[in-house]
Design a binder for this molecule. Structure first.
Ligand code: ADP
Ligand code: ZN
Ligand code: ZN
Length: 807
């Protein structure tokens, strides 16, 4: 049985005779763990006989009549736990929607959208629903009191299914949905004759008639109608609308704004591939008939999305399912709209912003095979596909495919390749700037490689120019050099748009005391604080803590702080001063809070209501804007100076991706890269759009220094409130590993940021040869040492976190 916890292993329970018939792998059952904790666990295996060594406890209830997932998903969980060194319970936590999880810690949350019609509830369900309606939240313990029985999970499960409530785990954030009132025609009038009858025999209340006609018109153009839209269009009052509702002609319905729209299930491909695209498409197909994985290396705006679309069409005509994965921030309404246009109701979107009920709805539709295509971020990998035929991982190089915290610390691209293999499905990786690892796999013929080196419509790639910051007159470094300012002027005059990219958010990365050089730091982490002007505060980008702005230096008492460097916020301000007539907006994690803000900003930019967009990474990913002809990389030095071994690869990817936003339709795009370190080799590769040169340069380095793809890395982080305790534990781990892995281990060392949220960090890095046996042995050794360390009282509070293939 798999219990949604970080347990060292899976446990066994007994099946009482009366439940025997309903037990099979993949269904949820209620069990007691320890003294009194109840969980809905998932049956992994049914044993033929009971274990001899001990007598297992009984299963209390069977919650599902059908399995929640297919054998392939259980196999994926097992592989993931083993590969990424965590428990299957932790994988389960990440994999299934919260509404399908139940435990003693669960809290039920009243679903505002449901309404107060309880006629479909049983007596037991009714009592709980009533309490929920009044209290809005109930703990599982409270439900137990209300029902006065121990068997509450089946009741709770039905309440969730009937949409009365959501389930969430106490420590996590609650679901806060935005709702809106929609208007719909009473189903009686879906019959055309009935509707015609109604309209033809209308006698009084012309305003209501007008309202109804407006509704029908909006329905045709928009597909669905909100109350707000309708009242605005028909210039009617809420009272007039209510009159129609009272007559039983229209209905009002509260719905989440993100609610999945039910679109007709139809395929509509309204483009033809260009000859270059067609050639790439044919090559992909021929490669995939032999190999499992193919990499499509296509320059920005070459039309990779169109190629994916063609391929998806073939797969679903074949009756199989497709998983299309994108990095979270590339999952914008732009791409959603594009695909929904082609695949209507066959496609489902899956990401963390959806309401928990809807996530279960998608879960079930994927499980039965009704949903053919899932477009989602990394966690969509866990959906219970029935017959997966193809996985597409677009922007495969993106670091956000790797989950950092909590476990499982999986890489969605790599895990998807494994998942696909369980179905015998194919995998297409796509990128304008592939990861070194994937490209290397192509060079070894493990993956097939298809290159698409021209933009759609033979549009030219943008021209890249370097601006040497050291040659600027005077010492004052302004973020916008005269050359960049000139180029912006030219773009604005031509009514074109500009993107300015700066990799740091906030106003200025730090304040420094001009007298003694002291820099304000976070009290809980070993990092300098970033100044945010609009909020007038200092904030830590590691733990999120905010501090008031200091007036007095804590080291020397002087009041003389100066701002060092600049972030997007300051850049926006400076650009606004310099170009007073331009419309300027900023896109980063501070200015764009939710998905709605993000989409709204993109829309405004699309409609040219913004001339200059200042932003961080957020502006880089997969966006397709027609009128951008200038991109400025404001501070390339900031990108080139990281200590990570992937710095060159990352810098190239970032600059190539951001420049890919320029001149996508007419090829007159230009990119200005402002930099002091003119001789950095990566700049020459970017300038020439020469990925192969970057790859050759980088692969030589990696081989020389023994980094991936030539080795596998496992990073072990040990954390504790006391520095020396963390250090001691790290030393024990290191000693333990040395007996067998002396050559491969380095550390323990303190990472660059060595204290986060008041915990001190020590790090051990293991570089293993790509030898399956050896890797397995090492993982076992780490696990063993972990047990040894944690069984010592002194180190009980030390967290030991292995991260396999860290990025
Ligand atoms: P990529 O994903 O490779 O960056 P896109 O798929 O966004 O490129 O394509 C760039 C632009 O060219 C988009 O606006 C897209 O609609 C258009 N485009 C690409 N291929 C075609 C095609 N075969 N027919 C019509 N438009 C196309
Ligand atoms: Zn000072
Ligand atoms: Zn902090």
């Amino acid at each position: 049985m798999i219990i949604p916890l970080a347990l060292p292993k899976n446990y066994t329970w007994a099946v009482p005779p009366e439940l025997q018939a309903g037990i099979q792998p993949g269904i949820r059952v209620e069990v007691i763990l320890g003294k009194n904790k109840r969980y809905a666990g998932i049956v992994k295996k049914v044993l033929a006989s009971s274990p001899e060594a001990f007598k297992p406890k009984d299963i209390l209830n069977v919650l599902d009549s059908e399995p929640l997932l297919h054998p392939q998903q259980l196999a994926l969980w097992e592989w993931m736990a083993d590969y990424y060194m965590c428990s299957e319970g932790e994988v389960m936590q990440a994999a299934i929607p919260s509404n399908l999880k139940l435990s003693s810690e669960s809290v039920l949350q009243w679903n505002e959208e449901r309404g107060y019609d309880f006629s479909d509830l049983s007596d037991q369900e009714y009592v709980v629903a009533e309490a929920l309606e009044i209290r809005k939240e109930l703990r599982i313990g409270e439900v137990k009191q209300i029902l006065d029985t121990a068997h509450i999970y089946p009741v709770v499960k039905r309440l969730v299914e009937k949409g009365v409530c959501f389930v969430w785990e106490e420590l996590k954030e609650k679901y806060k949905g935005k709702t809106e009132t929609y208007v719909a025609l009473d189903p009686v009038y879906h019959n055309e004759d009935k509707l015609a009858d109604l309209l033809n025999n209308w006698s009084r209340a012309p305003k209501q008639m007008e309202l109804l006609l407006s509704y029908l018109h909006l329905l045709k153009t928009e597909g669905e109608v909100t109350q707000q839209q309708l009242l605005k269009k028909s210039d009617a009052t809420a009272a007039q609308l209510k009159a129609l509702v009272d007559k039983g002609i229209l209905r009002q319905e509260k719905r989440g704004v993100d609610r999945i729209r039910t679109l007709p299930k139809q395929i509509q491909i309204d483009f033809t591939l260009s000859p270059a695209q067609q050639k790439a498409f044919d090559e992909i197909k021929s490669i995939l008939s032999e190999k499992q994985v193919c990499l499509l290396h296509g320059v920005t705006a070459s039309g990779k999305t169109e190629i994916y679309t063609q391929l998806i069409e073939e797969i679903i005509r074949d009756g199989k399912q497709v998983l299309y994965m994108l990095p979270e921030i590339a999952l914008t309404s732009q791409i959603i709209r594009r695909l929904q246009k082609h695949f209507g109701g066959y496609i489902a979107i899956y990401h963390s912003k959806f309401n928990p009920n809807e996530r279960v709805e998608i879960w079930n539709k994927v499980r039965t095979g009704e949903t053919k295509i899932v477009l989602g971020a990394r966690s969509s990998l866990f959906l219970p596909f029935k017959e997966l035929g193809l996985v597409i991982a677009d922007e495969e190089q993106d670091a956000s495919f790797k989950q950092q915290d909590p476990a499982p610390r999986y890489h969605a691209r790599d895990a998807a390749i494994y998942a696909a293999s369980l179905f015998n499905a194919k995998v297409l990786l796509g990128s304008a700037t592939p990861s070194i690892e994937s490209y290397y796999n192509c060079s070894r013929q493990k993956y097939g490689l298809v290159q698409l080196m021209e933009r759609y419509g033979q549009v030219e790639l943008p021209q890249i120019e370097l601006v040497d910051l050291t040659k600027l007159p005077g010492k004052t470094k302004t973020p916008v050099s005269p050359a960049l300012a000139q180029a912006i002027e030219t773009s604005l005059a031509a009514k074109k748009q500009v993107i300015l990219f700066q990799n740091r958010r906030g106003y200025s990365p730090y304040l420094i005391c001009h007298t003694c050089g002291w820099i304000p730091q976070c009290k809980q982490c070993d990092v300098t604080l970033t100044y945010h002007k609009a909020k007038n505060q200092l904030s830590c980008h590691y733990c999120g803590t905010s501090y008031p702005v200091l007036q007095t230096c804590l080291a020397c008492g002087s009041h003389n702080f100066i701002q060092k460097n600049f972030g997007t916020e300051k850049l926006e301000e400076l650009v606004a001063e310099q170009f007073p007539h331009a419309h300027i907006a900023r896109m980063d994690y501070d200015s764009v809070k939710g998905k709605h803000d993000h989409d709204a900003l993109i829309k405004q930019f699309e409609q040219q209501k913004i001339d200059i967009l200042v932003g961080t990474q957020m502006v880089v990913k997969g966006l397709d804007f027609e009128h951008v002809n200038l991109v400025g990389v404001v501070d390339a030095d900031g990108i080139l100076h990281f200590t990570d071994f992937r710095v060159n690869e990352r810098a190239y990817q970032l600059m190539e991706q951001v420049s890919g936003r320029a001149g996508r339709k007419d090829g007159k795009g230009k990119v200005l890269v402002q930099v002091s370190n003119m001789l950095h080799p990566v700049l020459q590769f970017v300038k020439a759009h020469d990925f192969d040169a970057l790859y050759n340069y980088e692969i030589t380095n990696r081989r020389h220094f023994g980094y991936p793809p030539f080795t596998r890395l496992i990073r072990i982080i040990l954390k504790h409130r006391e520095k020396h305790i963390a250090e001691e534990a790290a030393n024990i781990m290191m000693q333990g590993l040395k007996s067998n892995f002396e050559q491969e281990c380095s550390g323990p060392a303190q990472p660059v940021v060595d204290r986060v949220r008041n915990q001190y960090l020590w790090e051990i890095l293991v570089k293993l040869p790509r030898d399956t046996q050896r890797i397995k042995q090492c993982k076992q050794e780490i696990e063993q040492q972990t047990i040894i360390i944690q069984s010592n009282k002194r180190y009980r509070g030390v967290s030991i976190i292995p991260d396999v293939d860290p990025v």
